[in-house]
Structures are given as structure tokens and as C-alpha cells.
Design a protein around this ligand. Structure first.
Ligand code: TGC
Ligand code: FAD
Length: 395
């Protein structure tokens, strides 16, 4: 008999193939068994355990859509399902996954030479080499085209570029072995692979940014470069301008659209359970009250709409039919709706929502970050507005 399943109201499962269902189950099992038991301590101590990337590597989650170099070669939808399960536990863990896979491995895979791919991707796929992606600067976040970091030819050594400048709010920078850095060479944005082990003392520093109010289970830092020498083979040869970083961002933003739905699903589950057990006014469970039911109905509706949109965009991506504005649309919508609903569901837990053991407050704080990085929602509104009107409103 058919019945309404609030966990999958529009039967997303019917749009997945058997491999995707199996990958989603593996990701769920890993996230619930290995990540969930760690998350409260990690969040309290603002600590990211590097072993998590190795574990994700063993599970085949890193660079999972790449089909060579030791990567799993799964579908874009399968990758989305993985990010959804990881972010169901914490956005910070999904951040680690996104930065390693889409932004660092993705940059090397899409723009690196064959030598760079063979040298770095297999170890990155195992989580033995950690990557980060430096685009944002202290004075330029939404407008990375105005970046000040520069690359120049070393006047004293053949085949070496020198990088100078600062990047900030960079996920994983303090623990990264490989730093993908975007810098201007002769006024044009180029991508460079900086290997920490090759940097002479005093040229590269990556201090952590402490005391964050969100994403505390993820490590974030700065990148300070003072004439960091980079061999010319470590510059991506054929990509120039913002197209390079944005191509990587398309994949990471797609992952966030899926991931935030996982975080919101966790909030729904926790608020629903609480509403059924907590009794107020004549022994009635909170779930009996209409205002509480509306909060749950609104959130469940937006999750199922959001996930269907992710599947559709994923399938278009797999068929090469994607345009970046589609990703702006689902990144903005799913980040905004998950933040609004997580905040509203938080109210169902009353004062207990303030205790971190109830998890929902952590999701609220994290989802603000998800709405902010990889293009703040208002920036995605302007990207969509430009596509709708043909007029750009950034400046
Ligand atoms: P604009 O004129 O729009 O474009 C410049 C060039 O870039 C190309 N392009 C794209 N290419 C591929 N995919 C996209 N999505 C693209 N968007 C633009 C474009 O075709 C053009 O190419 P060409 O060859 O003609 O030069 O550039 P603009 O300077 O006007 O851009 C404005 C704007 C607002 C769209 C853009 O700057 C923007 O998206 N700002 C948001 C910045 C951002 O997303 N930063 C992310 C930093 S990384 C991060 O946050 C990681 S968090 C990771 C984690 O922990 O999970
Ligand atoms: P600003 O650009 O100063 O914007 C501030 C506000 O003004 C925003 O609400 C924005 O929407 C609005 N605004 C700006 N311009 C306009 C306009 N033209 N019209 C209307 N409104 C506008 N970056 C990386 O490169 N790599 C990373 O790994 C990375 N990880 C991050 C991790 C964390 C925890 C955080 C918080 C950030 C991270 N970022 C990373 C940086 C992130 O991408 C930026 O914070 C984001 O792009 C916004 O830039 P900004 O903070 O400088 O804000």
C-alpha cells in the first residue's frame, strides 16, 4: 500500500539507480557511525581531526566524480548524496570534503598538466595529501576579480614564479600540504599549486582563525605569502581569468546545495522527535499544536523540493547540459531555505535548543556560513538577476 513518507515525500529514491542508493547508504553509515560521535567535542574544542579525510579517502568519497587517479568515478548525483549525508552531521565536515574534492582536486584535475595529476591526485584521493583553495582576500571576498595577490617572474632564477599576498577565511589552510592559490600575473588571474614542503622558511604562513561562531568542526585560516617560489610547471597552463576558480566553484556550490538539505533533514528529525515527546498544556505533546505542525510542514516541503532540484541539476550536469546559473539557483535557494527553517525548527526545542547536545543550534550557526561562502546568497541573486535581465548590478 502506498503511504506518505515524510522522510522522502516526493519519492526521490525512484530517481536514483542502484549504485547511487548503495553509495548513499554507505555515506549515511559512515557519517552516523564515525562522524556523529565526534562532532560535539570537535565543535566545542574547535578542532578538526585530519584522520577524517583519510577515512573519507578509504571510503572513496574524495574526488569521487573523477574516474582515474585512484578516484571512484561516481555520478554527480551520487556525489551529491554523499555530501547530503556528511552535512546531515555537520557542515564543517562537508566543507572538508568539498574543499578537498571540488576545489583542490577539481582544480588539479580540470586545469593541471598530466604530470601534476599523476603526482598529486592519487594521494589526495586517499586523504594522505590535504588541499586548500585560496581565492578570498582580506579586502576582496564577493569581488575576487579585484584580488591583490600577485605572481611575478623570479628575476634571479629561470622557470620560477614568486607569489606574494594574503588570502583569508581559507578552509583547511593551516593543515594543507597543497595550496591552490589564485594570483594575478601581468594583471591576469592564474592558478598556482603551492606545495608547502617546497616553501623556504619564512615565505609561507597559514595561521588558523580561532574563536569562530560557526563551522567550528572545520579548520579555517589565512595564507600569507612573501615571495613564495613556485616552479612554472606548477602554474595551470591553459586557464586565465575568473573562469578557472569559478569552474571549481560550480562543483563545490552544487555540493552545498545538496549538503544543506542534509543539515535541514537532521533539524527536521530532531524537532519532530522533540515535538512528539515534549508535553505542554494539559499533557499534550507539542506536535499536537498547529503552529508546530506548520513549521514541520514548511521545512519538509522545502527539503523535498530542494532535493528534486538537486537531482535535476545533477542529471543535467552528467549530460553536459548545465549552465552555472542553475547552480546559483539551487545554492541560493537551498542555503536560504535551510537557514530559515533550521532557525524556525530551533524554536520547537525551546530553551533546550540552547544546549549543544540537541545539535540544532550548531546547524543554525553552520548554515549561516554555508549561505555566506562560495558566493553569498545576495550575490547569487545578482547572478540570477543578470541572467534574467541582461543587466549586471554588481557595481
Ligand atoms: P564575470 O564577468 O561574471 O565573470 C568573469 C569570467 O568568469 C567567467 N565565469 C564563470 N565561469 C565558469 N563558471 C561560472 N560560474 C562563472 N562565472 C563567471 C565568465 O564567463 C568570465 O569569463 P571570461 O572568459 O569572459 O573572462 O566576473 P565578475 O567579476 O563580474 O564576477 C562577479 C561575481 C559576483 C559573479 C563573482 O565574482 C562571484 O561569484 N563572487 C562570489 C565569490 C565567491 O564565490 N567566492 C568563493 C570563494 S571560495 C569559498 O568560499 C570556498 S568555501 C569552501 C568550503 O569550506 O566549503
Ligand atoms: P563581502 O564581499 O565583504 O560581502 C559582505 C556582504 O555584502 C555580503 O552579504 C554580500 O552579499 C554583500 N555584498 C557584497 N557586494 C555586494 C553587491 N555588489 N551588491 C549587494 N550586496 C553585496 N574563501 C576561499 O577562497 N576559500 C575557502 O576555502 C573559504 N572558506 C571559508 C570558510 C569560512 C568558515 C568562511 C566564513 C568563509 C570562507 N571563504 C573561503 C570566504 C568566503 O567565500 C567569503 O566570506 C564570501 O565570498 C564573502 O566574501 P566577504 O566575506 O569578503 O564578504
Amino acid at each position: 500500500t502506498l503511504s506518505y513518507d515524510y522522510k522522502d515525500p516526493l519519492q526521490l529514491r525512484e530517481l536514483l539507480d542502484n549504485d547511487e542508493i548503495a553509495i548513499s547508504s554507505t555515506a549515511e553509515e559512515y557519517s552516523q557511525q564515525k562522524l556523529l560521535p565526534r562532532v560535539l567535542a570537535a565543535y566545542r574544542d574547535e578542532n578538526f581531526d585530519k584522520n577524517i579525510l583519510r577515512e573519507m579517502g578509504e571510503a572513496g568519497f574524495l574526488g569521487a566524480t573523477i574516474s582515474k587517479y585512484g578516484c571512484a568515478g561516481v555520478s554527480d548525483v551520487a556525489m551529491g548524496l554523499i555530501t547530503r549525508e556528511v552535512e546531515r552531521v555537520d557542515s564543517g565536515y562537508r566543507s572538508a570534503l568539498s574543499v578537498q574534492s571540488s576545489l583542490s582536486m577539481g582544480a588539479i584535475h580540470d586545469f593541471g598538466t598530466e604530470e601534476l595529476k599523476e603526482q598529486f591526485l592519487p594521494k589526495m584521493a586517499k586523504g594522505l595529501t590535504i588541499g586548500c583553495f585560496g581565492l578570498t582576500e582580506p579586502n576582496h571576498g564577493s569581488d575576487p576579480g579585484s584580488m591583490e595577490t600577485i605572481a611575478r617572474v623570479d628575476p634571479n632564477r629561470e622557470g620560477i614564479y614568486l607569489l606574494s599576498g594574503s588570502k583569508t577565511w581559507i578552509t583547511n589552510s593551516p593543515i594543507a600540504d597543497v595550496l591552490i592559490v589564485w594570483a594575478k600575473l601581468d594583471g591576469k588571474i592564474r592558478g598556482f599549486l603551492v606545495e608547502r614542503a617546497r616553501c623556504p622558511p619564512g615565505t609561507l604562513e597559514t595561521p588558523a582563525i580561532k574563536n569562530k561562531t560557526g563551522l567550528r568542526a572545520s579548520i579555517t585560516g589565512m595564507i600569507h605569502m612573501d615571495n613564495v617560489p613556485v616552479p612554472k610547471e606548477f602554474m595551470f597552463p591553459d586557464v586565465e581569468g575568473l573562469r578557472g576558480p569559478f569552474a571549481c566553484l560550480n562543483n563545490a556550490r552544487y555540493g552545498i546545495a545538496w549538503g544543506t538539505m542534509g543539515a535541514l533533514e537532521d533539524c527536521i528529525e530532531r524537532a519532530r522527535e522533540y515535538s512528539l515527546s515534549r508535553k505542554q498544556f494539559k499533557g499534550n505533546p507539542l506536535a499536537k499544536y498547529q503552529l508546530v505542525q506548520k513549521k514541520l510542514a514548511d521545512a519538509v516541503t522545502d527539503v523535498s523540493f530542494g532535493l528534486l532540484a538537486c537531482v535535476q541539476v545533477g542529471r543535467l550536469k552528467e549530460r553536459g547540459r548545465l549552465v552555472p546559473e542553475m547552480i546559483s539557483m539551487i545554492k541560493r535557494q537551498n542555503c536560504d531555505r535551510s537557514l530559515v527553517h533550521a532557525r524556525s525548527l530551533q524554536e520547537i526545542l525551546g530553551g533546550n535548543a540552547v544546549a549543544d547536545e540537541y545539535h540544532i543550534g550548531r546547524h543554525v550557526a553552520n548554515l549561516f556560513v554555508a549561505q555566506t561562502y562560495e558566493g553569498q546568497s545576495d550575490i547569487h541573486s545578482l547572478i540570477l538577476g543578470r541572467a534574467i535581465t541582461g543587466v549586471q548590478a554588481f557595481c
